[in-house]
Design a protein around this ligand. Structure first.
Ligand code: PLP
Length: 496
């Protein structure tokens, strides 16, 4: 296996005398010409996206840069095949090559994460969560209900038994982390199907430390008696103890589902080990492939053997036909993540987040929980007199791409927010280290200190409008350009 540590794209094929980026350049140039012949605006947007990504400090915690082999694998005729069902059990003829691709991806995923079972079809993280919810419902609710009613399948149910089963589904409960504490909307939030399917009780974080309070969670779980406890987050800057989560789940008879979409790369790269690795503790693990894991845009589900038959029913239960070309790209990404180079990358992601946090704190920024021990930091920008929305926009004006995010108990709500979330996976792929992230911290604080909310006609501070001191965006962009140029994205991939 090759070692991706050498290359900012994650793959080093130099043993075969191939510099992947340079080799890919004429291929991509021709590809863009061909696309342009059909629809020039799409070709131009595709070309421009690379220019934009190269020129900005990409700090969105959920984004990354997949390797060119991963990207290339998505552009094939594997896309043209319908393959509903699972490996060897399809609802369409002629699926042998999709079977191979899916089996290879699942083999790499189980080996990478040490899981009993992997299902690599979900098209995204939200889809992976739907598959996970469905699998738990089938295993914990449908199967026992059928058994109680003496039916082999739902086809054998009478109309009143069917009503009985649907009532069983409807009264199930989920406990996930609240949105403002850093949970994801698919963990039972009202504006997501998960909040409409299940009765929900969210758990938050301790108001003083900002950390998950496992004792409070245990108390709440004892009262609420959920079917499912969901662990995992989008904006919590700390590690989770999954052994404690499992212990609580076992005590109340709940299934532990972990959504590791954000930190799958840190699990794959063995930064999160022991009780911080969800795989040995969760019954079902859902994930994306495109965030810290650095694969194609997509999702997957890992589970114990018990849940595997229900997980495999994901398509067509809640998923449309599998995307053969994306499963192929997932196979490559999982293979890349099994290398020592990926482990070095994952460690750097965490080390860089620490360097970024320290640089921000030293310059007067306030961080939720006071720091980080994963891949992201959450700045509470209220001490700069800004909303998250103003901070996000001012940073974007200065070539720094982040996203606004609620902080716990956010007085500005989910639209304006009081926070900005910043992650290290993408720029670490470009080769940034602690020194570069310290400069990034300096640039961020400079922009935030130079931004002032506009006063409304009623004399109040606007939550959306702002001004930035003259020259600050230009100065920031020219400082960023220096470090970005020193760490090129896909070096050698020239499109002009
Ligand atoms: N789960 C978590 C924890 C996430 O942070 C996200 C996306 O940000 C998702 C699921 C959804 O992933 P996708 O956008 O691929 O559906």
């Amino acid at each position: 296996m090759t070692d991706p540590a050498e290359s900012t794209t994650g793959v080093d094929l130099s043993a075969n005398n191939i510099d992947i980026n340079t080799a890919a350049a004429p291929v991509y140039r021709q590809m863009l010409d061909i696309i342009a012949a059909v629809e020039p605006r799409v070709a131009e947007a595709t070309r421009q996206e690379l220019v934009d990504q190269r020129a900005s400090l990409k700090l969105i915690a959920s984004e990354n840069y997949a390797s060119l082999p991963v990207l290339m694998t998505m552009g094939t005729w594997l896309s043209d095949k319908y393959a509903e069902g699972t490996i060897g059990h399809r609802f369409y003829a002629g699926c042998r090559n999709i079977d191979t691709v899916e089996a290879v991806a699942a083999e790499h995923a189980t080996a990478l994460f040490g899981a009993e079972h992997a299902y690599v079809q979900p098209h995204s993280g939200i889809d992976a969560n739907l598959v996970a919810y469905w699998a738990i419902l089938q295993h914990r609710v449908e199967s026992p209900t059928l058994e109680r009613l003496g039916a082999a399948t739902v086809n054998d149910l009478t109309e009143s038994d069917w009503e009985d089963l649907r009532r069983e589904f409807n009264r199930q409960r989920v406990m996930g982390m609240s949105l403002d504490a850093g949970g994801h909307l698919t963990h039972g939030f009202r504006h997501n199907i998960s909040g409409k399917m299940f009765e929900q009780h969210a758990y938050g974080t301790d108001p003083t430390t900002g950390l998950i309070d496992y004792d409070a969670l245990r108390e709440a779980a004892r009262e609420f008696k959920p079917l499912i406890i969901v662990a995992g987050y989008s904006a919590y800057p700390r590690r989770v103890n999954f052994a404690r989560m499992r212990d609580i789940a076992d005590e109340v008879g709940a299934t532990l589902m972990v959504d590791m979409a954000h930190f799958a790369g840190l699990v794959a790269g063995k930064v999160f080990t022991g009780e911080e690795n969800p795989v040995p503790y969760a019954h079902v693990v859902s994930s994306t492939t495109h965030k810290s894991l650095r694969g194609p845009r997509g999702g997957f589900v890992l589970s114990t053997k018990d849940y595997a038959p229900a997980v495999d029913k994901g398509c067509p239960m809640v998923l449309g036909g599998p995307l053969g070309h994306v499963m192929a790209a997932k196979a490559l990404a999982f293979a890349e993540a099994r290398t020592a180079g990926f482990q070095a990358y994952a460690q750097s992601v965490a080390d860089n987040a620490k360097a970024l946090a320290e640089g921000l704190l030293r310059r007067g920024a306030q961080l939720v929980t006071g720091g980080t021990d994963n891949h992201l930091v959450l700045i509470d920008v209220s001490n700069f007199g800004l909303t998250g929305r103003q901070a996000e926009s001012a940073l974007l004006d200065s070539g720094i791409v982040t996203n606004r995010n609620s902080v716990p108990r956010d007085p500005n709500g989910a639209w304006y927010t009081s926070g900005v979330r910043i992650g290290t996976p993408a720029l670490t792929t470009r080769g940034f280290g602690a020194a570069e992230f310290d400069t990034v911290a300096e640039l961020i604080v400079d922009v935030l200190k130079s931004t002032t909310p506009t006063t409304t006609s009623a004399g109040a501070a606007s939550k959306a409008k702002y001004t930035i001191a003259d020259g600050v965006p230009e100065k920031t962009m020219s400082r960023s350009a220096e470090i970005l140029d020193a760490h090129p994205l896909y070096p050698g991939l020239t499109l002009d």
